[in-house]
Design a protein around this ligand. Structure first.
Ligand SMILES: C=CC1=C(C)c2cc3[nH]c(cc4nc(cc5[nH]c(cc1n2)c(C)c5CCC(=O)O)C(CCC(=O)O)=C4C)c(C)c3C=C
Ligand code: FE2
Ligand code: FE2
Length: 335
C-alpha cells in the first residue's frame, strides 16, 4: 500500500518491535522448571478450569511431579547459550535488528519467565520508542498463545501513565511469505537426507478439543497451513497434533499414535516437521526428534528425520522482515 499524496507520512519517530515467544525455564533444573510451570499453568488462557478446582491439582500434584521429569527432558536439549527456545529467539531478534538498521529497535521477550514482557516493553519505551509492534511469533492464532501474549503486554501498558502507541502482529498461517519460507526450508532439509521418506508428517502443538468447539481458530489455521504447504510442495502431508497435557480430549490425530502406526501400514521411512513452532524448543527437539524417533523405530520404522523449524535461517528472517514491515506501514518515514 502506498500513502495517498494528500496524506503525508508521519514525522520520524523511534519504532520498536517486540518479538514474543512462549517462555522457558532459566535453567534445566527442577527448581527453575517448577517456577516456570507454576506461572505458565496458572494462566487461565492455558488451563481453562476454574482456579478453585485447578490450583489444588497444580500445586498438590503437578508441580510436585512434573518439574523433575521435565528438567531431565530440558537437560537433553539444553545448549551452551541456554534453552533452545530463548537462544533462537535471541538470534532472531539480532538478525532482524541487522535487517532493519538503526530506525527500528528490535527486542525479544517471553510470555512466561525471562526476559519478561514487562521489562522489555519498559526498556523499549525508555530507549525512546513511541510506537511499538508486539509480535507474538505464532503463525497460527490461539487463545493460549497469541492472545495471552498480547494480554500480558496490555496488562503492563495498563500501569503506564504515558503509553507508547501499540500495534499487534496478526497470525500469518496462510501468508505466502510464511508458506514460501517453510517450503524452502523443508525442501532443503529433505534434499540433505540420505533416504527418501515415504510420508511427511506436519506436527502441530495440540490443544483441548473443547477450544475448537468454543471457536478458537487454531485447529483450522493449522490445517490450512499444512494444506498450503502440501500444495506448494506438490505432495500430501499428514497433519498430527502433539504434546497432549492432562486428561481432557485433545485435538487428533496424536503425533505419537500416528508415528507408531505407520510401520504397520508399510511406511518405514518418515520425515517430520513442526510448522507451528517458529523456533525449535523442548517440544520439537526432545518430544519429536528424540522420543518420536525412538518410538517410530521401536514400532518397526527404519528411517526417521526431524526437519528443523524456521529458526533464524535466512528464509525465516526474510519472512519476518516482510511481515513486520507490513505492520509498520504508515509508521515508517519514506527514505
Ligand atoms: C506453538 C503453540 C503452542 C500451543 C498452542 C501450546 C498449548 C499448550 N501447551 C500446554 C502445556 C505445555 N507446553 C509446554 C511447552 C511448550 N509449548 C509450546 C507451544 C505451544 N503450547 C512451546 C514452544 C513449548 C516449549 C517451551 C520450551 O521451553 O522449550 C509445556 C512445558 C514443558 C513440559 O513440561 O512438557 C507444557 C506443560 C498446554 C496445557 C497448552 C494448551 C492448553
Ligand atoms: Fe505447550
Ligand atoms: Fe511436552
Amino acid at each position: 500500500m502506498t500513502l495517498p499524496q494528500d496524506h503525508p507520512a508521519v514525522p520520524a519517530r523511534k519504532l520498536g518491535v517486540l518479538l514474543i515467544n512462549l517462555g522457558t525455564p532459566d535453567a534445566a533444573d527442577a527448581r527453575s522448571v517448577k517456577r516456570y510451570l507454576a506461572e505458565f499453568l496458572s494462566d487461565r488462557r492455558v488451563v481453562e478450569i476454574p482456579p478453585i478446582l485447578w490450583q489444588p491439582i497444580l500445586r498438590g500434584i503437578i508441580l510436585n511431579t512434573r518439574p523433575k521429569k521435565s528438567a531431565h527432558a530440558y537437560g537433553q536439549v539444553w545448549r551452551e547459550d541456554g534453552s533452545p527456545l530463548a537462544a533462537i529467539t535471541r538470534l532472531q531478534a539480532a538478525a532482524l535488528k541487522d535487517a532493519f538498521g538503526p530506525d527500528v529497535m528490535v527486542d525479544w521477550a517471553m510470555r512466561y519467565g525471562n526476559p519478561s514482557i514487562g521489562d522489555r516493553l519498559a526498556a523499549l519505551k525508555a530507549a525512546g520508542c513511541e510506537r511499538i509492534l508486539l509480535a507474538p511469533l505464532y503463525p497460527q492464532y490461539c487463545g493460549a498463545t497469541t492472545a495471552t501474549a498480547n494480554d500480558k503486554a496490555f496488562e503492563v501498558l495498563a500501569g503506564m501513565r504515558w503509553q507508547p502507541t501499540i500495534r499487534t502482529l496478526p497470525p500469518y498461517h496462510d501468508d505466502p511469505a510464511y508458506i514460501g519460507a517453510l517450503k524452502t526450508s523443508v525442501e532443503a532439509a529433505l534434499a540433505a537426507l540420505d533416504f527418501t521418506p515415504q510420508a511427511i508428517l506436519a506436527s502441530f502443538h495440540g490443544m483441548p478439543q473443547r477450544t475448537l468447539e468454543l471457536g478458537d481458530p487454531y485447529h483450522c489455521q493449522c490445517r490450512k497451513t499444512a494444506r498450503l504447504l502440501g500444495e506448494a510442495m506438490g505432495r500430501d502431508l499428514i497433519v498430527t497434533f502433539q504434546s497432549r497435557f492432562g486428561r481432557a480430549k485433545w485435538l487428533e490425530p496424536a503425533t505419537d499414535t500416528v508415528l507408531e502406526s505407520l510401520p504397520g501400514k508399510g511406511i518405514a521411512r518418515v520425515a517430520i516437521v513442526a510448522p507451528g513452532f517458529s523456533a525449535d524448543c523442548l517440544e520439537t527437539l526432545e518430544e519429536l526428534a528424540i522420543r518420536g524417533r525412538e518410538s517410530f523405530i521401536a514400532a518397526g520404522g527404519s528411517d526417521f528425520a526431524y526437519l528443523p523449524c524456521l529458526n533464524d535461517s535466512p528464509e525465516s528472517i526474510a519472512m519476518l522482515r516482510i511481515l513486520i514491515l507490513r505492520e509498520l506501514e504508515g509508521w515508517t518515514v519514506p527514505a
